[in-house]
Design a protein around this ligand. Structure first.
Ligand code: GLV
Ligand code: GLV
Length: 321
C-alpha cells in the first residue's frame, strides 16, 4: 500500500505528480476555515505532510497517529515542535540554501525601497501629486557606501553581504554565533559585538532564525542603541523582534525607518500602527517567493518527503538541537 501524503499548500503540478509516483496524495491548495475540517480528517491516516508555516504542535500531532515525515517548504522551522516530533520518531525536513539568493534580493529591495521611499513615491506619481516645485520632499537617503550590519550571517546573510559589498560598496559588519571567514575574506565583513553593530550601522538587517534564544532579540534597548538615521530591515521571523518596541522606536524617531517582510502576527492585523507609517515598507512574508525559487523549494521538499517515507535519511533532515 502506498503511503498517504497531504500537500496543504499550492504547488506546481509537477511536484504533485512526483509525489504521486510513490504516494497517495490528498491536495489542499491552502488551509482555511473551509478546508481545515477535511484536512484534519485526512490527517488521521496520513504518513507525510508537505507545506509551510502550519503550526505542527502536540494538538495537531495527536490528530495524526500515523505520521512519519513532516516536510517544510521553507528554510525556517519555528512552526515545528521538534522535541515533540522526535519523541514520536517523526522526521522533519526543510529547504535550506536554494533560497539564499532570492531572499537576499528581497532584502536589497526592502533596503532600497525604504531608503529611497519607492512605494511612497509610486503612490505620489499615481495619484497626480508629481509637482516639480516639491522636488526636495522626495529626497531619500543613500544606500551605497553606507555601513550595513547583518545580524545572523548564514547563507542568506552572506548573499546579502555579497550584493551590498561588491555591488553597492557598503561596509559590512556582522554578528553571529560563529565567525564566517569566507564572508570576511570575500566581502570584507567585520565581526563585531551586537552593541557595536547597532551603534555603527546605517542599515541593520536581521537574518537570524527564530528560536527561544532569539525571540524578541531586537527590543527597546537595541533600537535605542541604533542611530536615529538608521533603517531596520527584517526578513527573518516577526517574533525575533519586540514589535511594540519597534513601533515605539519609529514613533519616537529613535530610528528612521523599517523594511519589514515578517511580523509578529501574520497576516498582520489592520490596526497595527506599522501600516500607517510612511517610513515603513511592508511585504507579506515573501522573502523566497519567486516562481523559480518556490518551485525548487517545493520540489526539494517533495524529495525530502518521499525519501523519508521510503525509509531513507532525507537530504535535509532537521536535527534536533
Ligand atoms: C521563509 O520564511 C522560510 O523560512 O523559508
Ligand atoms: C514563506 O516564506 C514560506 O515558508 O512559505
Amino acid at each position: 500500500m502506498k503511503p498517504k501524503v497531504i500537500i496543504y499548500k499550492k504547488v506546481d503540478r509537477k511536484v504533485i505528480d512526483f509525489v504521486q509516483e510513490t504516494c497517495d496524495v490528498t491536495y489542499f491548495e491552502n488551509l482555511d476555515s473551509d478546508t481545515y475540517p477535511e484536512f484534519l480528517h485526512s490527517l488521521k491516516d496520513a504518513h507525510g505532510i508537505l507545506g509551510s508555516l502550519l503550526k505542527v504542535d502536540k494538538t495537531l500531532l495527536d490528530q495524526a497517529p500515523q505520521l512519519k515525515v513532516v516536510s517544510n517548504i521553507s528554510v525556517g522551522y519555528d512552526n515545528l515542535n521538534l522535541p515533540e516530533l522526535s519523541e514520536r520518531r517523526i522526521l522533519a525536513t526543510n529547504t535550506p540554501e536554494l533560497l539564499n539568493e532570492t531572499v537576499a534580493d528581497t532584502v536589497m529591495g526592502l533596503m532600497l525601497s525604504t531608503a529611497r521611499r519607492i512605494p511612497e513615491l509610486d503612490h505620489w506619481v499615481k495619484t497626480g501629486q508629481w509637482k516639480s516645485n516639491l522636488e526636495s520632499q522626495w529626497f531619500g537617503v543613500d544606500v551605497h557606501h553606507k555601513v550595513l550590519g547583518i545580524i545572523g550571517l548564514g547563507g542568506i546573510g552572506a548573499a546579502v553581504a555579497q550584493r551590498a559589498n561588491l555591488g553597492f560598496g557598503m561596509d559590512i559588519l556582522y554578528h553571529n554565533r560563529s565567525r564566517n571567514e569566507d564572508a570576511e575574506q570575500k566581502y570584507g565583513a567585520t565581526y563585531c559585538s551586537m552593541d557595536e553593530l547597532l551603534e555603527k550601522s546605517d542599515f541593520v538587517c536581521l537574518m537570524t532564525p527564530h528560536t527561544p534564544e532569539t525571540e524578541k532579540m531586537m527590543g527597546k534597548r537595541e533600537f535605542e542603541m541604533m542611530k536615529n538615521s538608521a533603517i531596520f530591515i527584517n526578513c527573518s521571523r516577526g517574533k525575533t523582534v519586540d514589535e511594540e518596541a519597534l513601533i515605539h522606536a519609529l514613533q519616537a524617531g529613535e530610528i528612521a525607518g523599517a523594511g519589514l517582510d515578517v511580523f509578529t502576527m501574520e497576516p498582520i492585523e489592520m490596526d497595527n500602527p506599522l501600516l500607517y507609517m510612511k517610513n515603513v515598507v511592508t511585504t507579506p512574508h515573501i522573502g523566497s517567493a519567486t516562481h523559480e525559487t518556490r518551485f525548487k523549494m517545493a520540489m526539494l521538499a517533495a524529495e525530502n518527503l518521499v525519501s523519508g517515507l521510503m525509509g531513507e535519511i532525507p537530504p535535509n533532515l532537521i536535527k534536533a538541537r
